[in-house]
Design a protein around this ligand. Sequence first.
Ligand SMILES: Nc1ncnc2c1ncn2[C@@H]1O[C@H](COP(=O)(O)OP(=O)(O)OP(=O)(O)O)[C@@H](O)[C@H]1O
Ligand code: SF4
Ligand SMILES: [Mg+2]
Length: 309
Amino acid sequence: MLAMRELSVGFAGGLALRRATLSVARGERLGVAGESGSGKTMLGLACLGMLPEVAVVTGSVRFDGGELVGAAERDLRRLRGQRIAMVFQEPLSALNPLRRVGELIAEPLRLHRGLSRAAALDRACALLSEVGLPDPASRLRQYPHEMSGGQRQRVTIALALACDPDLLIADEPTTALDVQVAAHILALLRALSESRRMALILISHDLRAIAAVTDRLAVLYGGDIIEEGPTADVLAAPRHPYTQGLIAARPTLSARRDRNAPLPTIPGTVPALAHLPPGCRFAGRCPVELPVCRSTRPAGNPACHRGGP
Ligand SMILES: Nc1ncnc2c1ncn2[C@@H]1O[C@H](COP(=O)(O)OP(=O)(O)OP(=O)(O)O)[C@@H](O)[C@H]1O
Ligand code: SF4
Ligand SMILES: [Mg+2]
């Protein structure tokens, strides 16, 4: 349904995404993991044709056969909200504070689906119920600031679902929420994807969230997709040195770790775009680096000159 081929996103400082190739099928749940600045949000925005204007984009993103790179804004706007929707990290900024929740959700239904005001409000009420908000009828009259963070995130999900999208992109949807509320929201996203056969891209730096929700996982480092595969397989037996380090640093995901040993961490941080090596972008931090690594970009899955383990 969504196919990204050799997609690069460049800024003045360098490439934030480098020749990314990925696909998502109907009903599939793909996780995108990686440290801050690895290009996760750029990848998500590319699927909506919403990259910043200053970005130089090459390659292709096809949705249901249609090309999104270079598409007219009018065509992209029709896709967004109707076929592809996005849920962002911070629910407050995604909701107009001056509009009541009912009106917010009813608006796209009236605009895109031609529903009457009453029918749209009825549908909004059903959506609020579907995302697990108690007493949805009275919620319709509330303003976003009258709700808790978790309730607001449920409203943004209801808003994203309003026009029955085929693909939902959730970019760190639970970062602003406490652990228990986050777990409910993640379970909700998974259940909605299952019941609606809706494809889901879950972008997160939290591997536990990705493990709980997704079937497939793509790991990003410095704008490169460095490893991809079934989520359970990648987490159980990571093949790229970066993924191995990432998982070793997460105590609950690493089966082999001695509970009393200090937590391992990956030394260093992702360098700025302008300072990333032209070859493997993990060179300089990689514990098993080879002489070829800095100059020549590794291909394959995992994208590593050493291949698999
Ligand atoms: N408008 C912009 N202008 C220049 N560089 C940008 C712009 N937006 C993003 N970048 C750069 O692109 C790279 C990838 O950014 P992106 O937002 O995709 O990272 P991320 O993986 O989503 O990080 P986080 O986990 O912090 O959200 C970063 O190095 C960032 O500095
Ligand atoms: S290509 Fe080289 S530097 Fe990169 S992860 Fe593999 S071994 Fe390490
Ligand atoms: Mg981001």
